[in-house]
Design a protein around this ligand. Structure first.
Ligand SMILES: *Cc1c(COP(=O)(O)O)cnc(C)c1O
Length: 372
């Protein structure tokens, strides 16, 4: 028999997997590293989940989350066949790669290599390149402008790096980790030029000024990705969904697992939609905290980018961002640092409760005040 190493496909052996933010179990830790919502789910959501925990756990859940899709269809003014629900939106991003992109292995017989291209702007969600690599597809990573604005169409054309025929293009809007939001009309202008599928990843859109949902209903090649994780305090339950043309949606239904969405997650998400005012109050609180934290960090010498999300990207003074990560950690505050060259001088800080931000600001002031 071969060694276990050789039993694994070479592609998988050499894969650099996605690295999620840590979830350490440290008491008293202030966790500002994975953009979780600092507020709990609505009491009605907790009650609905608790009421569902009994002998019925032995049964399979609804295989296509029909109840949830009907409620989402009502919310978004579309039909259930415009919707597919996933085990978090991450699952759907992976399914999109498998449904719309040819692995490179068949490239030779194809008219155009674009059929094997997964395209995205950098820096953005670092899962996209992993999905491309895992599928055996090519990645086309095109840099944002330095201020995280979208390159203009003439710029994209002139640079000749953007592939208007890419099989699948991911656009994170608002952007992560930059936090910048994009206008629907500029996204639409870009989408209009694209020949392949475009996924607008709106994981943070509830904290933004605009959303682009109508593009998924008006353009047959555009999908909008949403999640209950960040804005709806439901990371634990893993619920995300795509909105789009029924034929693209049908392709994703075809290749997903039959029971891809767990039952308690479906119940929690449905109950969430019954109490949206509770969440809108939280969005408002998070936005207010975000603006105040940004201003006060600015006062301490941090350069903070304007954000339309529940996190900020901040360039710290005096010490390197990596040193700040350690210094804050020593004070029980966990933020996120990425080693990618465009953002290695920055910290990504999730907006927590006002009390948590107060602790962050005090820690930052103490670090700056510390002699040495
Ligand atoms: C968090 C996040 C997701 C994934 O969310 P899940 O629904 O929890 O899988 C997708 N895209 C971006 C940009 C994110 O930040």
């Amino acid at each position: 028999m071969n060694t276990p190493r050789l039993l694994t496909r070479p592609l998988v052996r050499s894969l650099h997997p996605y690295v999620p933010g840590e979830q350490p179990k440290i008491k008293g830790l202030i966790k500002l590293n994975t953009n979780e919502n600092p507020y709990p789910p609505s009491p009605r959501v907790l009650a609905a989940v608790k009421a569902a925990v009994d002998g019925r756990l032995r049964l399979y859940p609804n295989p296509s989350a029909d109840g949830l899709r009907e409620k989402l269809a009502r919310l978004h003014g579309c039909r259930p066949d415009n919707l597919v629900v996933g085990n978090g939106s991450d699952e759907l991003l992976a399914l999109a790669t498998r449904a719309f992109v040819e692995p490179r292995i068949v490239e030779r017989g194809m008219r155009s290599a674009s059929r094997s291209v997964v395209q995205y702007l950098t820096p953005s969600y670092s899962l996209y390149p992993v999905l491309a690599a895992l599928h055996g597809a090519a990645s086309n990573a095109v840099p944002f402008n330095p201020d995280f604005s979208l390159p203009s169409l003439p710029e994209l054309k002139r640079e000749r790096v953007w592939d208007f025929r890419a099989a699948l293009t991911f656009i994170t809007t608002p952007n992560a980790p930059g936090g910048r939001g994009y206008r629907t009309d500029e996204l639409e202008a870009l989408c209009r030029r694209m020949k392949g599928v475009v996924v607008l990843d709106e994981a943070y859109v509830d904290f933004a000024r605009e959303h682009a949902l109508r593009l998924a209903l008006e353009h047959p090649h555009v999908l909008v990705s949403r999640t209950f994780s960040k804005a709806y305090s439901l990371c634990f339950q893993r619920i995300g969904y795509f909105v789009g043309h029924p034929e693209l949606i049908e392709a994703l239904h075809k290749i997903r697992d039959s029971y891809n969405v767990n039952g308690l997650g479906q119940i929690a998400a449905e109950a969430t939609l019954e109490d949206l005012p509770y969440y809108r109050r939280n969005f408002k609180a998070i936005l207010a905290t975000r603006e105040e934290t940004s201003a006060r960090l600015g006062g301490l010498g941090f350069q903070v980018l304007p954000s339309e999300t529940n996190f900020i990207l901040a360039r710290p003074p005096r010490f390197s961002a990596e040193q700040w990560l350690e210094k804050l950690r020593a004070r029980q505050i966990l933020v996120r640092w990425f080693s990618a060259p465009e953002v290695r001088n920055d910290l990504r800080i999730t907006i927590g409760t006002p009390a948590e931000m107060e602790r962050l600001l005090r820690a930052a002031a103490a670090i700056l005040g510390a002699k040495r």
